[in-house]
Design a binder for this molecule. Structure first.
Ligand SMILES: [Zn+2]
Length: 450
């Protein structure tokens, strides 16, 4: 006799449906949980599964050409490099780009016109937007850019919103509400679409935020942006403020999109952006390599990497991430840090004996997933890279054997292997390929002379 024997047919049907639903959810979650092929699921346990994997990949807004340029350590890029960078954005299927602040100076204005024309003439799937303070003086140049380039532009109209800023500037609430309303109405009247950005949103008083956003939406803003301008938010704060904004938007009964714009002052920009995605914001802002004012912004490249690895359905080219970062580094005249995830020169490189030994064993099985995952949380081959074994003071014999065989030398010559190992132990850093080649050549010569 079973427990179900006593249940009515309706209840039985309910239980059956319910169990089917749970089974369906489980299968959906597993399928979308990460990018790992199924045969490795038993080898790698995954605590990372989120319950919200049914969310679509968020839209992306690239701020490199505006917030990136504001980094105190970069060079202002020439137009030609900006256009090449736009091409790299297209490869990554980035949806929108802040192409600059045309009210800042003539070069920026001319670059905004040229970039907008480039997007239109090449029919690129990228929506350009330009930044402006809530002032006619800043919005007028955007109208002029749109007219000269014959494109539809979005104006990112921003205003200070936190109490601390209002205190410093002696602004009262009514003054700011009037500014926002007039600026947005002016932009809309001149055929710009408008997204409204409250600076320092994450430290602003919610009562005033509500007044500001309702004013902006009433004036015609079709998108609003939460800005963690000074990198104040923690993941807990992100959940709360996104929730607050979603409820506020819902109450207006208007179709308003919600953006997240984060900075990295506490080192939390990337994780905050991932939380914002999970909370269902429509669009996330980022810059290449996280380059931006002070400690920078959400790194666009790592945002894509992590959303992809988490199982969000990404339609761009994962192998375009490295060219995008390299182009940004060239454009801004900066070096990519050696340990930068995925892109840095050391991201998939080891000289440690134990690690190299395991990687070499995996390589011998001719299984690139196994090789990639034995000592890395990121599958290198997905991003166009592979595992590299070096030889240095913490290496073992297997590093040397592998290096020799990989470079066309005899890895079975144990005297040579021991010779390179003993030289490596007395060094303070790893060998370059040229240094090992020189050792091998000298070893061969001394052998011939004997
Ligand atoms: Zn910013």
């Amino acid at each position: 006799m079973t427990y179900n024997y006593y249940l009515s047919s309706e209840v039985l049907l309910f239980i059956l449906n319910h169990e089917l639903y749970i089974a369906y959810c489980f299968v959906t979650l597993m399928a979308g949980s990460n990018q790992l092929p199924e045969k490795y699921h038993e080898m790698i346990f995954n605590w990372n599964d989120s319950l919200k994997k049914d969310l679509p990949f968020p839209e992306l807004n690239d701020e490199s050409l505006r917030d990136g340029v504001q980094s105190p350590s970069v060079y202002e890029p020439p137009l030609e490099l900006k256009l090449k960078f736009i091409d790299r954005m297209i490869d990554l299927k980035i949806d929108a780009a802040d192409i600059g602040f045309p009210g800042a100076h003539d070069k920026m204005f001319n670059d905004c016109v040229a970039i907008s024309k480039y997007i239109r003439e090449n029919d690129l799937p990228l929506s350009p937007n330009c930044a402006a303070r809530s002032s006619i003086n800043d919005i007028k140049p955007i109208i002029d850019v749109a007219a000269k380039a014959e494109v539809k532009l979005e104006a990112a109209i921003f205003i200070g919103s936190s109490q601390i800023r209002r205190f410093i500037e002696n602004w009262d609430q009514k003054y700011l509400l009037d500014l926002a309303e007039k600026a947005i109405a002016y932009a809309i009247d001149n055929d710009l679409s408008c997204f409204f950005v409250t600076e320092d949103t994450t430290r602003a008083n919610p009562d005033f935020l509500e007044k500001l956003y309702l004013t902006a939406i009433e004036a015609g803003a079709s998108r609003v942006c939460i800005s963690d301008t000074v990198g104040h938010s923690t993941p807990v704060g992100v959940r709360k403020i996104v929730d607050f904004m979603k409820n506020l938007i819902k109450d207006t009964k208007e179709e308003i999109k919600l953006d997240w714009h984060g900075h990295d002052d506490r080192g939390l920009a990337l994780v905050n952006a991932l939380v914002a995605a999970e909370c269902g914001v429509d669009r996330i802002h980022g810059t290449a390599l996280g380059i931006g004012e002070r400690c920078g912004n959400t790194p666009m490249d790592l945002l894509i990497v992590n959303l992809f690895l988490e199982g969000y359905k990404y339609e761009g080219d994962t192998q375009a991430i490295i060219p995008y970062c390299n182009q940004a580094a060239k454009m801004f005249g900066v070096k990519i840090p050696h340990s930068y995830p995925v892109v840095g020169q050391d991201a998939f490189r080891t000289a440690t004996g134990v690690h190299a030994n395991a990687v070499i064993k995996a390589k011998k099985r001719n299984d690139e997933w196994l090789t990639d995952l034995i000592y890395s949380g990121v599958p290198a081959h997905i991003f166009g890279r592979d595992q590299t074994i070096e030889v240095g003071p913490v290496s073992g014999q297997s590093n040397v054997v592998y290096w020799l065989e990989r470079h066309g030398y005899d890895g079975t010559d144990t005297l040579l292997v021991d010779h390179i190992c003993s030289l490596a132990k007395n060094r303070r850093r790893i060998f370059t390929n040229e240094e090992i080649r020189l050792i091998v050549n000298n070893y061969r010569k001394s052998k011939e002379q004997k």
